[in-house]
Ligand binder design. Structure first.
Ligand SMILES: NC(=O)c1ccc[n+]([C@@H]2O[C@H](COP(=O)([O-])OP(=O)(O)OC[C@H]3O[C@@H](n4cnc5c(N)ncnc54)[C@H](OP(=O)(O)O)[C@@H]3O)[C@@H](O)[C@H]2O)c1
Length: 256
């Protein structure tokens, strides 16, 4: 028996990249999956692929910005497979946002998908977890949550919000039987990082990233940052005085 055997998982952002990789990996280990994303055709294709491998899964096309749609999706998943054991709030978008030409619409879109979308996902599953006294909330945040990065105000702001949001949940849920895990990945090869001209340090293969995320969830880690090389650099950045951080960080843009 694996940690995932018969666990019902509500997974957002399942149509590509990390979400799709997680679906395949935890499905292989016996999880029953509710797959959320906007692109219904991609989800249907993934459900077919999973079913041929013996994984039980349903497609739940929805936009994470729509709290009602997510609640309905969670209801459908419960009807099909029973109470939801694990939420993986993974749906997200990247954005290059140079501050001198800031576009409020773009900032709002990134925050609405990355942060409000994750909050909507929690709202769709948490009341039932609390009443049952068991559950696991997982946020896919980013190493970009820890400090500001060049040309990344919208993304860093949204991910800092995600990490702080889930940390607050972790405190509130300590005695409620609900575990909270915040994942802070570095760079992983997915459509989100594809095509970037800037050098992405310690860029990981998708499979390696997925395995690390799955392991951290299984262990019920409160927070997990990887790969260790980049996580160490980021941690050093957190204790640097601002003048030194600004000098170093402004010379290392990961966005062109
Ligand atoms: N790749 C990296 O290096 C990296 C590093 C750190 C953190 N992350 C985080 O990991 C998560 C997954 O990213 P990825 O690299 O796998 O990117 P990706 O391949 O572009 O996947 C993003 C997923 O989010 C879904 N999504 C986007 N907007 C949505 C919306 N409004 N409603 C529902 N689903 C939505 C997309 O599906 P649809 O387009 O079909 O809706 C897609 O399934 C993101 O939160 C990202 O910030 C990635």
């Amino acid at each position: 028996m694996s940690y995932w055997t018969n666990k019902v998982v509500f997974l957002t952002g399942a149509s590509s990249g990390i979400g799709k990789g997680l679906a395949v990996e935890v499905g292989k280990q016996g999880a029953k999956l509710g797959l959320v994303a906007r692109r219904a055709a991609e989800l249907a294709e993934l459900v077919n692929e999973l079913e041929t491998k013996g994984t039980q899964a349903i497609a739940l096309p929805a936009d994470v910005q729509d709290a009602n749609a997510l609640r309905e999706a969670a209801d459908q998943l419960r009807l099909r497979f029973g109470p939801i054991d694990i939420l993986v709030a993974n749906a997200g978008v990247g954005a290059t946002s140079p501050s001198t030409v800031l576009q409020p619409d773009q900032v709002a879109r990134v925050v609405n998908i990355n942060l409000i979308g994750a909050a909507n996902s929690v709202a769709a599953v948490l009341p039932e977890m609390v009443s049952r006294g068991s559950g696991h909330l997982v946020a896919i945040s980013s190493l970009a949550a820890y400090r500001g990065l060049p040309k990344s105000a919208a993304y860093c702001g949204s991910k800092a919000g995600v990490s702080a949001f889930f940390e607050s949940l972790r405190l509130d849920l300590r005695d409620k039987g609900v575990v909270v895990t915040i994942i802070h990945p570095g760079f992983i090869k997915t459509p989100l990082t594809a095509g970037r001209k800037a050098t992405l340090p310690f860029l990981m293969e998708l499979d390696d990233g997925v395995k690390k995320i799955v392991g951290a969830i299984e262990k019920g880690k409160k927070s997990y940052a990887f790969p260790w090389q980049l996580a160490t650099v980021v941690r050093a950045g957190m204790i640097m005085p601002n003048f030194l951080y600004d000098w170093i960080a402004s010379r290392n843009s990961y966005r062109e």
